[in-house]
Design a protein around this ligand. Sequence first.
Ligand code: ADP
Ligand code: MG
Length: 474
Amino acid sequence: MSKHTIEANPVGPINGSPEQNAYMEELERQLTVDTEKLIDIKNHFITEMIKGLNKPNHTLAMIPSYVEGRLTGEEKGHYLALDLGGTNLRVVLVTLEGQGKFKTISTKARVSDELKSGPMRNLCDYIADCIDTFLTEQNLGNVDEDLALGFTFSFPVLQSKINRGILTTWTKGFNCSGAVGKDPVLLLQDALLRKHVPVKITALVNDTVGTLLSNAYQKPNTLAGLILGTGSNGAYIEKMSNIGKWEKENTTAHEMVINMELGAFDNERTILPLTRFDNKLDRKSINPHSQIFEKLISGMYLGEIVRNVITDMMDRNLLFTQPGQSTEAISAHYQFETSFMSSIEADGSKDLSTVREVLDTNLNLTNVTDVELRIVKRICELVGTRAARLAGAAIASIAIHTKVDRQGADFGIDGSLYEFYPSFESRMYTALAELMPDYADDIRNIIRLGLARDGSGVGAALTACVADRMFKTV
Ligand code: ADP
Ligand code: MG
């Protein structure tokens, strides 16, 4: 069994005090997205996709990626990839071998909070140094020709060419000064030049687009790529004729990859069933009122939503009320990590020993009662299930909009949330079956979800490769 198919072990009845039971029933009501609501959300999502394709600066940005056409799996060569936008910075040397095969060598570096919110120049200098060190280690520091690099920059970018774009806003905890409204390729290329690093950035890649391409290299029937990690996003292959806002020079391509920037879906808050726990998270986030959908479905936030419920119950004397209970850790923002939810949901033991251990080890919560263990597990189930169902609605929207038929399509998904969260995939399939009733009998063979490993690394290399191909055909 692969990791992304590990199933959760639902908790039984809470059997708490009448007040605790009543609270949990009300919580369940608030956090449950039933079929009817999910259909409404899906319909609104498709409407928003179409609006975004037809007018600039719409909430669902539907950004043309400039990546044209499809892959055959026969592409070959050496390329560098750089991945910025998550927890780590990654530099990857990719060797494409054809027949869908490739080799990679990579290095990782942490991006400190100081770099994430300091001047963009410091961040670029740091990245250039990381690349320089990696090339030296790989004996590539003195090559004749600059190495082509695909730059995976996983933030909303208005692209004007395959290797040019403007950062519109930071997300996911980044907030460097001197970057919004500028081209991250030029800023980084400048740092590379200053430091004499022999690398030319030939493609600016969103990780979601890269995920799509890396999946397509091995599965040519790939329709979309999704990210379900720190943040959330989607990209899919759209017909040029459907991109009403496309005003650039005519391209001979029939299709183009669209970076949806779906994390911003419903920033207007017209359809999503937001609770006070979500509102609190948004209000205290670094980017209030934006990325509302992302805040309901991605790794950076799910644990914090759970924590908001837990602290609300604590405030009402419904949880962790034992005298001397240490509540300092659980009271601090973002101390309840989404990975805890994975461990908690997977716990199938009678005495919920894993839940107990997670709370004890990570949050210093001791002498927790059995009722409290069940309550915490139930909160995780509700928040995790809602996330998976909403993510499923986004996938259904892509499939329905592009008229996927019984032949089906492949969807490559990258991200620790999809990979490690128990039942995330099966909950998405449940939602998909509800939203695509005609295909419910065979949903797993029609909407073929699968882990797209190393999407941002290999995908960026493949984009650099597509960029080459496009430059050669003009
Ligand atoms: P990124 O999105 O930064 O490229 P990942 O795909 O690894 O990187 O996603 C990291 C996010 O996934 C973190 O925000 C974390 O909350 C979440 N995460 C990490 N491990 C797990 C896990 N075991 N279960 C659920 N979520 C996880
Ligand atoms: Mg990633």
